[in-house]
Each structure stands twice: as C-alpha cells, then as structure tokens.
Ligand binder design. Structure first.
Ligand SMILES: [Zn+2]
Ligand SMILES: [Zn+2]
Length: 364
C-alpha cells in the first residue's frame, strides 16, 4: 500500500484502505509521516454516530484522526524551517489566513478552516494515514528529549492553554475545573502554570478524581448526581472552605471556572460557585441548549466566554510547557493500539478505559 489509511464510512463502519499519497500542492506544504494519533471524545462520537452535526459521506468516507505527531518526510520548495527527519507536533486545522478572523489573530474562528477529519463539503482528510499533508506554519518542531507519543498531547494541552488564557487566570487565583478528562486535567495543570494557587478538579466519577489527585496533587470534589446544581454548589464550596461567610450559594470565592465537561448540571454548578466578578470559560461540548442561571450571571457580573480549539501561540506554549518539564503528559498516556486496530482504541476510550489512548502510525 502507498498510504494506508483508516476510513470511516458511517457509524461502526471503518475500513483500512490505500489512499494516494497527498502531493505537496503549495510551496509551503510539508508531508508528514505519522508516528502517533490520539483518540479523543469526538473520534468516539464519530465512530458511534458517523459524525457530529455533519455526517460522514457514506459513499466516499473520511480518513479519521486529528491529534497527531510525526516526522517530516518531504517539504515544498519554499519551506525554510523544516527538513526531512524533523519530528513535529501537528496542529490539525489550517485556516484561510485571509479573512477578518485570521487577520485579527483569531484564526481558530476562521470560517474557511480546514480541520483534519472534518466532513465538508469539502471533506478534510484526517491524520490516521501513513502520510498527512500539512503546512509549514502548522507543524511544530519538538525537542529531541520529547517522545513522539508525548507530542500527541500537545493538541489537548493547546486546548487547555487557550482556555486558561481566555479565562485570564492570574497569580494567586482559585480555579475550579469542571470535568477531569484529558482536557480538564490539562486545564488544571495549565492554570497552575499561569499562577493559580489553588486548583480544584470536579467530576462525577471518583475513579477519575483519584487519578487527578495523584497526577498533579490536585484537590478534588466528586459531584453527587442526584442533587440540584444549587445544592451541589453549596456542598462544593463548603467542602473546600470556599463559601463566602454568611451568604448563600451566590457567594463563592472561586475566581475562575473552566468548564470542561459540557454537562448541563456542571455548567450550572460552575456559575453558582463563582465569586462576584468571577470568570467562566466554556470549553466542554455537550447538549446544544441547556437551562442556564442567567440571573446569577448577571447579578454577579460574571465574565462568561466561549472557547474554541486553539489559536495564536497556543501550540508553541504547549510544546514549551512539556519541553521544560512544567507539565508532564507521560502519565496521561494509557495505551498504544496498532494502526490496523484503530477501532479498538476508539472502543477503549468509549468504555472510559485510560486517559489518553494512542494509535500507532503505520509500521514499515
Ligand atoms: Zn480532539
Ligand atoms: Zn480565515
């Protein structure tokens, strides 16, 4: 085969196929030999449902995968910063670089974004291939000491860096992260790097919190599922000693909440635990519409903001945080599945096994 690829045709229907090797179409293109691909929640959703919002075209299929690392195989004539053999973390979306969003430095909001494994039209093929074409400015050299497996975690860490930046986390703050999956854990780790003095991880699964507690010595809180968000907020604040003296649940002492679960109850709780003037960042994706405590938001003058993927400087900072040993992503890597068995890795993640499951690139 020239370019073995894992192609998804619909729910539970994936095939290992040969694809043509992408050509270097633009002078700044690079062709990357993929070493590892990470599995994330969206992959699992695609595997189970055949897409998110937009469905995969069932006759042409789409190559899966968007979190990836690799080795530069060949370069276009204008590429100056890379040579074949360089090891890289791949940013999976390439924007148009021409629109207002791009020119304002918010290229993650580009309407013309071509994101790996995103159904179109036009479809953008993913990274679960032997070869993946990217662009010089969307691959990032990793240092010799960094493993190519670790480099896959640059993607979720970039998501976390973006969220913490948007939350304007400052030294000394108390930050609560709702949800302790990969993104939640990395948001907590990043918040500490931005100077937060107290970082608390919240989840509904004790097992995940146990991991969080030993991973970076985070404080944790396990949300009971049978109580209201108001009660839950009260309990959380009490347990952590963050309740404002003599007030109700609208008076927490939490400076910033980063919501990384997307669960409606968690969103509500997150709003209630914030101090007046606190900040709230939504990075988790759940139901498109939910009940929202908008009066609490208004009366506390909260800053509430959306957060989407990663933008300018986020990949560079993520690489540097790992490289300098400030955030250790190795403990998050739970398994490596051979390329041909990619669906097994999706299933593993679907069952909640491990933190970050990887798929190995095609072996020669
Ligand atoms: Zn992902
Ligand atoms: Zn653009």
């Amino acid at each position: 085969m020239n370019n073995p690829s894992i192609v998804l045709y619909g729910a539970k229907n994936a095939k290992l196929e040969d694809k043509t090797v992408p050509e270097l179409a633009e002078p700044h293109d690079v062709l990357v030999r993929i070493n590892y691909v990470g599995v994330c929640g969206s992959d699992v959703h695609f595997w189970h449902h055949g897409g998110i919002g937009k469905m995969v075209n069932s006759s042409t299929g789409i190559v899966m995968g968007h979190e990836a690392s690799g080795t530069i195989h060949s370069i276009g004539p204008s590429v100056k910063s890379f040579k074949p053999g360089d090891r890289v973390a791949i940013e999976p979306g390439v924007p148009c670089r021409l629109c207002k969003a791009c020119k304002a430095g918010t290229y993650n909001l580009c309407r013309e974004m071509r994101f790996a494994a995103a159904p179109g039209p036009p479809d953008t093929q993913g990274t679960l291939s032997k070869y993946f074409r990217s662009s010089e400015d969307f691959v990032y050299k990793i240092p010799d000491e960094m493993g190519l497996d670790e480099a896959v975690l640059v993607e979720p860490l970039a998501v976390a860096v973006h969220a913490v930046k948007l939350g304007a986390v400052k030294p000394g703050e108390t930050v609560v992260v709702m949800g302790s999956g990969t993104i939640g854990l990395l948001c907590a780790a990043a918040a500490r790097q931005f100077g937060a003095h107290r970082v608390v991880l919240v989840d509904i699964l004790e097992k995940k919190l146990e991991f969080a507690a030993q991973y970076l010595n985070f404080e944790t809180y396990c949300s009971p599922t049978h109580i209201s968000a108001e009660e839950n907020a009260e309990k959380l604040l009490e347990k952590l000693g963050l309740a404002e003296d003599g007030t109700d649940t609208f008076g927490g002492r939490v400076d910033t909440v980063i919501e990384a679960s997307g669960a409606a109850s968690s969103i509500e709780t997150g709003i209630h635990i914030l101090r007046p003037g606190g900040k709230y960042v939504q990075t988790g994706l759940g139901k498109p519409k939910i009940e929202f405590p908008i009066v609490a938001m208004g009366q506390k003058e909260l800053m509430v903001r959306g957060c989407f993927r990663y933008g300018s400087g986020d990949y560079e900072l993520a690489v540097s945080l790992i490289n300098k040993g400030l955030i250790d992503v190795k403990p998050l890597i739970s398994s490596v599945t051979p390329f041909e068995k990619a669906p097994e890795a999706w299933e593993k993640t679907a069952r909640g096994e491990g933190i970050k499951n990887l798929i190995q690139g095609v072996q020669d």
